[in-house]
Design a protein around this ligand. Structure first.
Ligand SMILES: C[S@@+](CC[C@H](N)C(=O)[O-])C[C@H]1O[C@@H](n2cnc3c(N)ncnc32)[C@H](O)[C@@H]1O
Length: 223
């Protein structure tokens, strides 16, 4: 039985120390651009959600999804206080798998997948919600997810249709950037398969580092 982090532990996920360990703008800034539609699945109390909303800007949209009403209420209160309510749609996941949002540019799945009983079903679901060329940042806590388990999760992501674009070096985490490739006929010929709507910036440029399906790419630091 998977353990879900209860909303009474929300403070441990969003506080000054966490902002130092996982600075949202630094982690997401190269992956998310103005005008994008993004999803923060298993958003918890919104440590990343508010900055995602800042990064997508006024023309963008963030879908914050969580199983727990208590977590979503915290995100809503912060969004209201910071004037970001109009950019964030809250959704309580019905059942095990998130139920809304299609045609997304970017999905964040941070310290969440290990809480999901059927990780493969979740990854298939997330893959289906991304636009071709979109990206999923999957991060798991080293405290709960060992190397083997994380590799197994990455394998499930490949089975779901993702490609490993880059291994990321995030504190206290195991992390990987996964891409949903453009169909072959739409993929740019020479510069890889990141495509027009793929997240740009340095991380997209480093994709060539791990061309193989699950090869052990050296992590790049985003600390
Ligand atoms: C450890 S917290 C991480 C929260 C946030 N991503 C962060 O990094 O601060 C995991 C969150 O995932 C949520 N969760 C677990 N299973 C879920 C599911 N199937 N659908 C949506 N949310 C889920 C939990 O309610 C919890 O808020």
């Amino acid at each position: 039985m998977s353990h879900v982090c209860g909303s009474r532990f929300a403070f441990s996920l969003d506080n000054a120390l966490r902002r130092l360990v996982h600075p949202p703008q630094k982690i997401l800034g190269e992956l998310v651009q103005s005008g994008m539609s993004a999803m923060d699945v298993g958003c918890g109390p919104g440590h990343f959600t508010l900055d995602l909303a800042r990064l997508v800007g006024e023309r963008g949209k963030v879908l914050a999804v969580d199983l727990q009403e208590g977590m979503l209420a915290k995100v809503q209160a912060k969004a209201r206080a910071q004037g970001l309510e109009s950019r964030i749609a809250l959704h309580r996941a019905a059942g095990r798998v998130a139920g809304v949002g299609v045609g997304l540019d970017f999905i964040l799945c941070f310290w969440m997948l290990h809480e999901v009983p059927d990780a493969h079903a979740m990854l298939v679901d997330l893959h289906g919600r991304l636009k071709p060329g979109g990206a999923l940042l999957l991060a798991e806590p080293i405290l709960h997810v060992g190397r083997k388990r994380f590799e197994a999760e990455t394998g499930l992501a490949l089975m779901a249709g993702f490609r490993v674009a880059e291994r990321l070096d995030l504190r206290w985490s195991r992390a990987v950037l996964l891409h949903k490739d453009l169909p072959a006929e739409k993929a740019p010929q020479k510069r890889g398969a990141t495509g027009k709507s793929a997240p740009k910036g340095k991380s997209a440029k480093r994709v060539s580092r791990s061309k193989g399906k699950s090869g052990p790419a050296r992590p790049s630091s985003r600390r």
